[in-house]
Design a protein around this ligand. Structure first.
Ligand code: ADP
Length: 433
């Protein structure tokens, strides 16, 4: 039924009932008593209405602590509708709070920073990533103007010009940030920040690697091309000179081959398509082979010793061969004739270790932390003379990473170097029965 009728019909009926009652009383009891009784009933009804009005006002002030009465007459309907309204309101509020919590959780997991600002750029909300990128704290800076928090002139110009369709690149606290403002409802704005420092570093490494590799390949190619030109322009060249040219060309060809092989090895070691397939590595056999290789390279110019006093390992035989051989052959290459090279496989305090100690040219302290970078050489000329590709220690680093091992380097210029590889205990294999 129409709610208006629900209200007016009982209220009118009640008034009619009072008037009819007064009229009947008039007839039987006379005007004074009947009017008195009618007035009394009207006063009672007014007091009841005022009581309910008071209870309603009290409830509106303290809805959670005050309870509404069941009511009488039209009040019953008013109170029950108010109850329903409040219950719906609380349900909506709970849903909204839950949704907001979920939204905040999702925003806090975003890899990018998000800042919500009002129409005059006052900070309303931001996620933890934005706090990290921009050095702000929501709890402390809420309500502050964002241009007072990000005090970069480039950012302020970006805001003034308002060309938000293009992102802005910002250098903040040694981070490269890509920043963009997106206007949304009620002239509010969202500021999105993306940290491009790491991807930029990787891009730069890739560019450097390509530039270095091209440079390394160009040098031997130039030499080979030069000799080929001489050979074709001077067909009657003295056979002895021709032989020396051929020897030099072979050396340069070998250098290019070493470089390409090392680059392929590095690529394989870095690739997720070539996961390590652990197997039993027979360390004595492996190190004996490397010792023979080192003696062949040294051609009797050094005293080389091998001492094996440790367990077998769980790992990749070919990878470890490449890593260990690089360290041993470096010792031969960077130790002048007459020097000593000691190779040891032993049990250390925290696990097995492979140590190569030489009495060579040594390395000064400022170079040590950079030795495992690709193409990093202390002395470029010397490295080329000894057929070095500049990738040996980068290969060692990747092999060790894949085995959970670490590299230690101790060196004194003119005194020699100690390269030590420390394996974790869980890489140890029990001896074969
Ligand atoms: P390279 O092919 O030039 O030897 P590596 O990556 O193997 O490249 O080594 C990087 C640099 O570290 C070398 O150029 C050399 O300067 C230095 N180095 C490596 N091993 C030794 C060593 N045992 N003694 C002195 N210097 C070394």
């Amino acid at each position: 039924m129409n709610p208006q009728l629900l209200f007016w019909v009982p209220a009118t009926l009640r008034l009619v009932f009072v008037f009819v009652g007064t009229a009947i009383a008039w007839y039987f009891l006379g005007p004074v008593i009947s009017l008195g009784l009618g007035l009394l009933v009207m006063c009672g009804m007014t007091v009841l209405q005022l009581h309910y009005l008071y209870r309603l006002g009290d409830w509106l002030d303290h809805p959670s602590s005050v309870k509404l009465p069941d009511g009488w007459g039209a009040w019953t309907d008013v109170f029950s509708r108010l109850y329903r309204l409040r219950r719906d309101d609380e349900k909506n509020k709970a849903e909204l709070t839950e949704w907001l919590a979920r939204f905040r959780q999702a925003m806090s997991l975003l890899p990018d920073g998000v800042v919500i600002m009002d129409d005059v750029l006052f900070l309303e909300w931001c996620n933890p990533e934005a706090e990290r990128h921009l050095g702000m704290t929501l709890a402390r800076d809420k309500g502050m103007r964002v241009t007072n928090l990000i005090r970069s002139p480039a950012f302020i110009d970006y805001i003034i010009l308002g060309r938000y369709e293009q992102p802005l690149t910002l250098m903040l606290k040694e981070r490269k940030l890509i920043v963009q403002i997106i206007p949304f409802e009620n002239r509010r704005q969202i500021l999105v920040t993306h940290d491009a420092t790491e991807s930029d570093r990787i891009d730069m490494m890739r560019r450097d690697f390509i530039a270095n590799a091209s440079h390394e390949l160009r040098t031997p190619l130039t030499v080979i091309n030069g000799f080929l030109e001489i050979a074709s322009s001077q067909p009657n060249l003295d056979p002895a000179v021709r032989m020396s040219h051929l020897k030099l060309m072979t050396e340069q060809g070998q250098r290019m081959q070493n470089l390409v092989e090392d680059m392929l090895t590095l690529t394989r070691l870095e690739s997720i398509d070539y996961p390590l397939r652990p197997e039993r590595v027979n360390i004595p056999v492996l190190l004996e082979q490397i010792l023979q290789e080192a003696r062949a390279m040294s051609a009797g110019r050094h005293q080389i010793s091998l001492q094996v006093d440790g367990p077998d390992l769980k790992g990749g035989t070919e990878e470890l061969r490449s890593g260990f051989a690089n360290l041993v052959l470096n010792a031969v290459r960077y130790t002048p004739a007459g020097g000593r090279i000691d190779i040891r496989w032993e049990m250390g305090a925290s696990g097995p270790q492979f140590v190569v100690q030489d009495t060579g040219i040594g390395i000064s302290a400022e170079h040590i932390s950079r030795l495992t970078e690709r193409f990093y050489r202390v002395d470029k000329g010397r490295s080329r003379e000894t057929q070095g590709t500049g990738l040996g220690l980068a290969i060692v680093k990747h092999v060790l990473l894949r085995h959970g091992a670490t590299l230690g380097i101790a060196s004194q210029p003119g005194q020699g170097s100690v390269f030590s590889v420390h394996f974790p205990m869980h890489a140890v294999l029990a001896p074969l029965q």
